[in-house]
Ligand binder design. Structure first.
Ligand code: ATP
Length: 426
């Protein structure tokens, strides 16, 4: 099957030109280069994919450097793996040397050695990801499909390439379900059996690798489908979701998508995913996915907000009180709280803070207050805070009104201090 015409319709013009140059550059050195993996699969499915993976039977880094120079683009080189990435802005190209892999023990990274294209395809996860399109001039556009990926694409199945696949690398369990749910395919019978049999092998996967796979899931268009299915298969033991929680998650993720832009959803999804957990449950998740720093802090804050969210139900809360209850939480945590809660008063107050209160600022500056005779220090800090409260509660609007209130506050404070002083002398 020749796909050169399909490539012309599928790849952006600029990408086609680069691919053609790479093909020419490689053949001048007597090397053979191929488009592989996701892009071949997605081209055949007619799904857009602008991360082009290329495999070369030869020196990937030298070729990448030659192309980077020709097109004046940046290249990142990973000499240890014999790979390089070229970033063209609207699309990227990953170049890797064709490799052969063997696993010494389950879950470990494989031993890698240079190989042929066929060996490179046979080491892959699923048949639909093990196809290549030749960029060799004499066979330009020919589909190379030794694992029968095209047949599986037509049958709409995910199939592993050998019996030990999930045992060698159990991240493939998560990957299989991710593709199954993304493409709405089925697991081929033997693959399904082997997957269920090897679920416990997920324990052999390091925390960092499993976190990487979780991140890939969270970047899917409908991550809840994969998460719920994994949970059903007991392949997500860290976050055990009951049937009810799965339905809850699906509703809440849907709502998150409805309210926020696609690019910013991964963190929000994660907050919603851990929302049903206890503090101990979250500690286990943070450990399993090796999450530290800001990301872990955001998840801890999500459960803190959940524990205190009832405070937002108070009937007579002033706008300034809502502000003080919420001002120290990261924005994404508040977004998660608003989506997760089913109590209307809580949702509307969180949304009020997000859309309005957090943006309120007073017109006065420290210099304005100095002009009014208020020296920098504790007193000024307190007056600035009271001005903000007054602004939040709609008691002042303009700079003039703020200055009047600041003067009034200064006078009252001075009076209170004098009275306190007299009392302490008596
Ligand atoms: P996506 O559309 O999700 O980006 P992709 O197919 O490009 O899909 P990557 O994770 O970028 O996926 O991986 C590139 C290719 O490397 C895959 O198509 C697959 O052939 C191979 N691959 C990735 N991870 C594994 C793995 N754990 N075991 C075997 N092959 C893998």
């Amino acid at each position: 099957m020749n796909l050169s015409k399909d490539m012309e319709g599928y790849l952006p013009r600029a990408a086609l030109e680069v691919v053609w140059r790479i093909s020419k550059g490689a053949s001048q050195c007597g090397e053979r280069v191929y488009l592989v993996g996701g892009v071949a699969r997605d081209l055949l499915l007619g799904r857009p994919n602008f991360d082009l993976d290329l495999v070369i039977e030869g020196d990937a880094i030298a070729l990448a450097q030659q192309i980077a120079e020709l097109f004046s683009v940046r290249t990142s080189v990973y000499s240890k793996f014999g790979t390089a990435k070229l970033n063209f802005g609207s699309f990227t190209i990953d170049l890797a040397m064709a490799r052969n892999e063997s696993y010494t023990k389950p879950g470990a990274l494989p031993d890698v050695s240079p190989g042929t294209l066929e060996e490179d395809l046979f080491r892959r996860d699923f048949s639909i990801n093990a196809m290549a399109i030749s960029l060799v001039p004499d066979s330009y556009g020919e589909l190379v499909d030794p694992c029968h990926g095209l047949k599986d694409l037509r049958r709409r199945v995910i199939r592993i390439l050998h019996h030990e696949s999930f045992c060698d690398d159990a991240t493939r369990i998560w990957r299989a379900i991710r593709y199954e749910q993304r493409l709405n395919f089925k697991l081929e019978r033997e693959t399904s059996r082997s997957l269920k049999e090897n679920v416990a092998m997920l324990n052999t996967i390091s925390n960092d690798r499993i976190r990487h796979e979780l991140n890939l899931i969270l970047r899917e268009e409908y991550p809840e489908r994969t998460l719920c299915r994994l949970s059903e298969l007991h392949a997500l033991p860290e976050i055990n979701l009951s049937l009810e929680e799965r339905a809850w998650l699906a509703r809440k993720f849907q709502e998150a998508r409805f309210q926020y832009k696609a690019g910013s959803l991964a963190q929000l999804y994660l907050c919603l995913l851990i929302y049903p957990l206890t503090q101990e449950g979250l500690t286990r998740v943070l450990h399993r996915f090796n999450m530290h720093g800001r990301r872990a802090q955001i998840l801890r804050e999500t459960l803190n907000l959940k524990a205190n969210i009832f405070l937002l139900e108070g009937q007579m809360l002033k706008r300034s009180e809502i502000y003080h209850l919420l001002k120290n939480y990261p924005q994404v945590v508040l977004q998660a709280g608003a989506i997760a809660s089913d109590v209307e008063a809580i949702r509307s107050r969180l949304n009020l803070f997000l859309s309005e209160l957090r943006l309120v600022a007073i017109c006065s500056t420290g210099d304005d207050l100095v002009r009014l005779g208020i020296p920098p220090g504790l007193e000024m800090g307190e007056i600035l805070e009271q001005l903000l409260d007054a602004k939040l509660d709609g008691k002042v609007k303009t700079l003039v009104e703020e200055e009047e209130l600041a003067t009034e506050l200064k006078t009252t404070r001075a009076g209170t201090l004098r009275a306190r002083h007299r009392k302490s002398r008596i």
